[in-house]
Design a protein around this ligand. Structure first.
Ligand SMILES: Cc1cc2nc3c(=O)[nH]c(=O)nc-3n(C[C@H](O)[C@H](O)[C@H](O)COP(=O)(O)O)c2cc1C
Length: 189
């Protein structure tokens, strides 16, 4: 069983990274294999809406997303982690999410070839904002949760935390514990 961590911040060792690390530790200590993908180290272009994938199930853009798509298909659960940038997810995370188009047909139904592996896929989310009000990250939650609901995946829930300077989140014991628990949940059938 593999739990995949998708890191959307360009700040390695930053707050989203620390919390995602905690979640993956929780998953590992529950018995899962874990892997973290740092999106900022990958080449992921924005979706071009060319619609070729609607019929072929293959993205026309040749970049690192193909390799990530395979890991998504094989993962038992996926935990995403993104800071808030201007009341939204980072551009790295958005480019990644938009490329999920490859999994769907023109009516936003799962491509038949992907359905068996994507149906019920367990998806979790971690957000970090500089604002003391964690609800600042609500637009990111809305984006992921709506996607999961529309496509009948399994929503594991969110950890929403607040921190500013790099790594400051380690002082937030509650967020650290919640992230660990999210990882445990992701790896528990
Ligand atoms: C370009 C940019 C835009 C940001 N916009 C917001 C924002 O709209 N609201 C907010 O609360 N924090 C905002 N922040 C602060 C980050 O969310 C905060 O510093 C967070 O801890 C960064 O997480 P990281 O360490 O994982 O990169 C912004 C930071 C940057 C660099």
């Amino acid at each position: 069983m593999k739990v995949l961590g998708i890191m959307g911040s360009p700040r390695i060792g930053g707050n989203s990274d620390v919390l995602l690390g905690q979640a993956l530790t929780g998953a590992k200590e529950t018995g899962a294999d874990v892997e973290k993908i740092i999106l900022d180290r990958k080449h992921i272009a924005g979706c071009k809406d060319c619609k070729k994938c609607n019929t072929t199930g293959v993205c026309a853009i040749k970049d690192d997303m193909a390799e990530i798509q395979t890991k998504i298909l094989e993962a038992y659960a996926i935990i995403h982690s993104s800071p808030v940038y201007f009341w939204a997810m980072t551009s790295q995370m958005k480019a990644y999410l938009d490329r999920w188009c490859v999994f769907f047909d023109a009516e936003w139904r799962w491509q038949k070839i992907y359905y068996p592996k994507m149906r019920g896929k367990r998806i979790g989310l971690i957000t970090v904002c500089g604002d003391s009000n964690v609800k600042t990250a609500d637009p990111i939650v809305h984006s992921f949760q709506s996607t999961i609901e529309m496509t009948k995946m399994h929503w594991l829930g969110t950890v929403m935390a607040s921190a500013n300077d790099i790594g400051d989140i380690v002082k937030n014991e509650s967020a650290i514990q919640q992230a660990y628990a999210l990882g445990e949940k992701a790896a528990t059938p």
